[in-house]
Ligand binder design. Structure first.
Ligand SMILES: [Zn+2]
Length: 311
């Protein structure tokens, strides 16, 4: 077998990046559909993990990478939100691992089950068993790695209705979950445009110096301004399209993506506009909308090609 060429469309292997002493990002670049980031914090006796992966195979690779850096057991797993690319690998952890997440993360996982497998075809999922958080919180929860304080803070509705971040104030390190897609198109169909903007402004106030996004490379705080600029652009496109009676799909087709044109998974604009439209009509952030219909319109935007998941 020869080496894979650079342009065969396959993602590079995942890798670990130490972002602060004993704090690591596990990166699956470039962060397209299904290629999420995880993270882990190594204490003197135990490891705390942030998110698992979409498939069993990818999660086993993640755990192998953790073991290379620490022989301590993973006592705690924190889920940033309900999506399968961050939670479906939960079941690979031993029963002795406590899984922590927002209460709506648990509810959302149980409500959706493995339905997303029908959206992303051709993926080798493995024998996934849904394992939602068994410790849940509504607003905030503090976790500890020895004397290091980790603040879990509810942020939704934003990317979903179940978003929570993990903030390490002493190190100014933020695990943002999918409130940040670095280099990729943000996706708020299942959450809120307004709510995401509010959450991103709240994140700016934390004063993070290092951000491990839900997808894409580790970033500095400037990435928050990029996400804000994109979502404001979405609100402008939505308002213009709405005023002349365009559907979200047609508004997306006519839109000038401007500085965001190189971000991957651009079809998410259709889902983002669908959410922006219901908010223009006065809907509260995070109310249920026709997600399946919007996903179908995203496929149409792509010329009928199904969403490509590289997991
Ligand atoms: Zn997500």
């Amino acid at each position: 077998m020869g080496q894979r060429s650079r342009n065969d469309g396959l993602p590079p292997p995942p890798f670990v990046e130490e972002v602060s002493d004993g704090i690591y990002a596990y990166l699956q670049l470039a962060g397209q559909w299904g290629l999420n980031n995880s993270g882990f914090l190594v204490g003197s006796r135990a490891v705390t993990l942030v998110d698992t992966c979409f498939t069993e195979r990818r999660t086993r690779a993640l755990l192998d990478a953790v073991r290379l850096l620490s022989g301590h057991p993973i006592r705690t797993l924190f889920n940033t939100h309900e999506h399968g690319d961050h939670t479906w690998g939960n079941f690979v952890l031993p029963e002795s691992t406590t899984i922590v997440g927002h209460e709506r993360c648990r509810e959302g996982m149980l409500a959706e089950g493995l339905a997303a497998q029908a959206v992303f075809t051709g993926v080798e999922w493995g024998d996934i068993v849904l394992r939602p958080p068994s410790v849940t919180f509504a607003d905030r929860l503090t976790l500890w790695v020895d004397d290091l304080r980790l603040e879990a803070i509810s942020m939704g509705p934003a990317h979903t209705t179940s978003d929570a971040i993990l903030w390490v104030p002493e190190r100014k390190v933020l695990f943002s979950g999918d409130l940040v897609f670095n280099g990729g198109t943000p996706f708020v169909l299942m959450g809120s445009v307004q709510g995401s903007l509010a959450a991103l402004h709240q994140l700016k106030e934390l004063g993070a110096e290092t951000i491990v996004p839900g997808h894409g490379p580790v970033a500095g705080p400037g990435v928050l301004d990029e996400q804000i600029a994109y979502l404001r652009h979405i609100q402008t496109i939505a308002a213009d399209g709405w005023s002349v009676g365009l559907s979200p799909l047609d508004a997306a087709r006519e839109a000038d993506l401007g500085p965001f044109v190189h971000w991957h998974d651009p079809e998410r604009i259709v889902g983002n506009l669908a959410r922006a439209y219901v908010e223009l009509a006065g809907a509260e952030p995070g109310v249920p909308i026709d997600v399946a219909g919007a996903l179908g319109a995203m496929v149409e935007y792509n010329g009928g090609r199904p969403l490509r998941c590289l997991a």
